[in-house]
Design a protein around this ligand. Structure first.
Ligand code: BGC
Length: 756
């Protein structure tokens, strides 16, 4: 929204429209000049009730032997083997099937469901968000949308946006951080990019699905106003920007009611207040009823074999027969699905399978990584490293499987990356770790590393350097290599995956000790973090530089090497607060867990898992301000290799806040920065209302103007179902992070109300 365009990006759609002239008298709905609603009405009028029921009931494209999985008929399996979800079409009317794949980070293929099918692995969503570059979010979305179409999937289960209320949450890497505006805009742009390829994207998991611990039973307990001002606002903004065809309701309960049968979330907020015209599909196994789900707003049961029963199969037919679900509701479900399929181009741009363009797509992934990697510390300009030196630079690369690839997050979003080799898949877990003095056995799983390996990328970037590698298993041996080197790059990792939260924010195993040992042997130590979210850094004072590389995807290691050697200015800024310790979090221990990290065992009503979000809308940096806590690294933080000065801040009020200011590159090299504007209402904490990411040559100045969306300044009034902007003086803060404010101004606002 506020990012300065750096480069225009064009994609071949790889698809030609079936033109309106092909609309025959027999299929008048193929007339593209009609509205999606009119086209849906025309085709829907031809459907029998059984055909309507077909469209609201999904399968999974694999047969599994795990859980309570009910076998998938062969006829269905043959249609799209190895897909996350499949909803048969109606061939006699030319209604295409919905072929669904995960997810936000590329076309997923977890557990090699489709043997040999690799896709370009985009960086984790948290990295894309850290770029604060809307064009890149769009480009990444367009790239994975194109690959999705080329592989035969017309629905991408993308758009994860649950706010990081729990930084230990196992899907923090898959989401977009802690701020509703930043997350909403960036995820919305990614969705817009995906759907530009004439496929449907979801946004998920609606709503307040912030932790994996007990995710299928826990209740997210939170006031309506707080939810509207935080998590729901993120969805609202993403939907406005990206207009996703579908919304995936989540596993958890919200205020004790399952999200997929939650009248408040689905009917009142999404469909009525926001006027959402797309359809609601369930997360895999998130349906718990027939009548309640149907009446309260669920439009399609995904992969029913995951649910306890086949709720939208025969049971829905029976409910229609006995009138407990009105026929008008089934018509509405089907209308929403069909009008979305028309609106997004599924009828008009049929998919033609073709190979992906690995080079072009890899270049997009690299560009995203180049802007989302964050430089957190750089004492005495240790970075960038010189590519050419009088004597070959002796570089020690240590730890983190840096000889194999870069980390990626696990779970349904798992991409098998382009260039994948068996050696890049590592069986992890099984070992016993001690948390709070108690032994815990880590579950077994397979971790996938994305190529190329950082070691190879560093060697390619600095061909004259003398680069040695040590796997870091023996800290003393690694320290000996460090002592004989000019500079040390030590890789530290945290693996996150869906379904389990991380135990705590500490680097696992002996990684902290390894960093301490290496830094003691050589102060020119650069720590590269490959983590899903924040981690604690007890060694921070002892190392020279820290780079947060997240999970940077295919070519992420190339992006990292280009940053380390200064070919690219680091321009990522944190989309999530890094705490000093877990004690700073609203919940020092994840609700539902024992202090030793194991999940509390329960029988009967699982209220022990219910999370009371009494930090309200104060997620992340807002919580830190409210509690007067100083984080390790604040939201919005990140360094560059050049310097910027901000000047001339002016602000005006009225119905909302508008600001203007200048940014100048005062350094000696080209670089990018993200100016951030926060506004503090007359009461409460400051909120991000806009930003501008600029790319400036030395000496160059850019003039920025921003106007805040008034909802970002408002409080939600649940009695009257409106946003209220109270009259008063609002403090405008211009800064380089949530806590580094370089200038302030005041704007006076009149009272106003805004309808949701
Ligand atoms: C995840 C969803 C995913 C679905 C299909 C679920 O377990 O929560 O995000 O889209 O599986 O793979």
């Amino acid at each position: 929204m506020f990012a300065k365009t750096t480069r225009a990006i064009f994609f071949l759609l790889g698809a030609a429209a079936i033109t309106g002239t092909q609309a025959s008298a027999a299929q008048p709905w193929m007339n593209m000049s009609l509205s999606p609603d009119a086209r849906a009405d025309l085709v829907q009028a031809q459907l029998t009730q059984d055909e309507e029921l077909t469209l609201v009931h999904g399968y999974m494209g694999i047969n599994a032997t795990w859980r309570r999985f009910k076998p998938i008929p062969d006829a269905i399996l043959k249609m799209l083997p190895g897909s996350a979800g499949y909803v048969p079409g109606i061939p006699r009317l030319g209604i295409p099937a919905l072929a669904e794949s995960d997810a936000s980070l590329g076309v997923a293929n977890g557990r090699h469901m489709r043997p040999g099918d690799t896709a370009t692995a985009l960086a984790s969503s948290i990295l894309t968000t850290a770029s604060w570059n809307t064009d890149l979010a769009y480009a990444g979305g367009a790239m994975i949308g194109l690959e999705s179409r080329q592989k035969g999937f017309n629905v991408l289960l993308a758009g994860g946006i649950d706010l990081a209320r729990e930084p230990r949450g196992g899907r923090t890497f898959e989401y977009a951080g802690e701020d509703p505006l930043l997350a909403g805009v960036m995820v919305g742009e990614a969705i817009r990019g995906i759907q530009a390829q004439h496929i449907i994207s979801t946004t998920k998991h609606y709503a307040v699905n912030a932790q994996e611990t007990a995710r299928t039973v826990m209740s997210a307990d939170i006031t309506e106003a707080a939810m509207r001002e935080s998590d729901l606002l993120a969805f609202e903004i993403a939907i406005e920007h990206g207009n996703p065809g579908a919304v995936m309701c989540s596993y958890n309960r919200v205020n004790k009611v399952y999200a997929c049968e939650n009248d408040f979330l689905l009917n009142q907020v999404l469909k009525q207040d926001w006027g959402y015209k797309g359809f609601v599909l369930s997360d895999w196994g998130a349906v718990h009823s027939t009548v309640d789900s149907a009446v309260n707003g669920l439009d399609q049961e995904s992969a029913f074999s995951f649910d306890q029963a086949d709720y939208f199969g025969d049971a829905l037919k029976q409910a229609l027969a006995d009138g407990t679900v009105p026929a008008s509701r089934l018509h509405d479900m089907v209308h929403r699905i069909l009008r979305t399929m028309f609106a997004k181009g599924l009828f008009d741009y049929p998919m033609v399978k073709q190979p992906i363009d690995e080079v072009a797509d890899g270049a997009v992934a690299q560009r995203v990584a180049e802007e989302g990697i964050v430089l957190l510390k750089n004492d005495h300009n240790l970075l960038p490293l010189a590519i050419t030196t009088p004597k070959p630079l002796r570089i020690a690369v240590i730890g983190g499987n840096a000889d194999l690839g870069v980390y990626s997050g696990g779970g349904s979003s798992q991409v098998i990356p382009v260039g994948n080799k068996p050696s890049q898949e590592i069986l992890v877990g099984g070992e016993v770790v001690h948390i709070a003095g108690q032994p815990i056995r880590l579950p077994l799983d397979k971790m996938v590393l994305d190529p190329p390996a950082p070691l190879d990328a560093i060697r390619a970037e600095a061909p004259h350097a003398q680069v040695s590698f040590d796997n870091g298993e023996d800290a003393a041996q690694a320290a000996a290599l460090a002592g004989k080197s000019d500079v040390v790059i030590v890789f530290a990792t945290q693996w996150m995956r869906e379904g389990v939260d991380v135990y705590d924010l500490s680097l696992l195993g002996h990684q902290n000790a390894l960093i301490e040992a290496v830094a003691a042997a050589n102060p020119n130590t650069i720590v590269v973090l490959e983590t899903g979210g924040p981690v604690l850094m007890p060694w921070l004072d002892k190392v020279g530089a820290v780079v947060e590389a997240w999970y940077p995807g295919n070519n992420g290691a190339v992006a990292l090497a280009r940053i380390l050697f200064g070919e690219v200015d680091p321009s990522g800024r944190l989309p999530i607060t890094f705490p000093v310790a877990e004690s700073q979090l609203p919940r020092p221990i994840i609700t539902g867990k024992n202090p030793n990290g194991s999940i509390i065992a329960t029988v009967g009503t699982p209220t022990v898992y219910d999370v009371i979000y009494n930090e309200d809308a104060n997620v992340g940096y807002k919580w830190f301000e409210d509690q007067k806590l100083t984080p390790l690294f604040p939201f919005g933080f990140g360094l560059s290799y050049t310097n910027f000065a901000y000047s001339g801040l002016t602000a005006s009020g009225g119905k909302t806040v508008s600001v203007a200011f200048d940014i100048q590159n005062t350094g000696t090299r080209e670089g990018k920065t993200t100016a951030q504007v926060y506004v503090k209402p007359p009461y409460g904490v400051a909120r991000l209302v806009g930003w501008s990411k600029v790319d400036l040559q030395p000496g160059e100045t850019h003039h920025v103007t921003l106007t805040a969306d008034p909802r970002l300044l408002a409080f939600f009034d649940t009695d009257n179902n409106v946003w209220n902007v109270p009259e008063g003086d609002y403090t405008v803060e211009l800064g380089t992070s949530a806590t580094a404010i370089t200038a302030t101004a005041t704007a006076h606002l009149q009272t106003s109300t805004i309808k949701p």
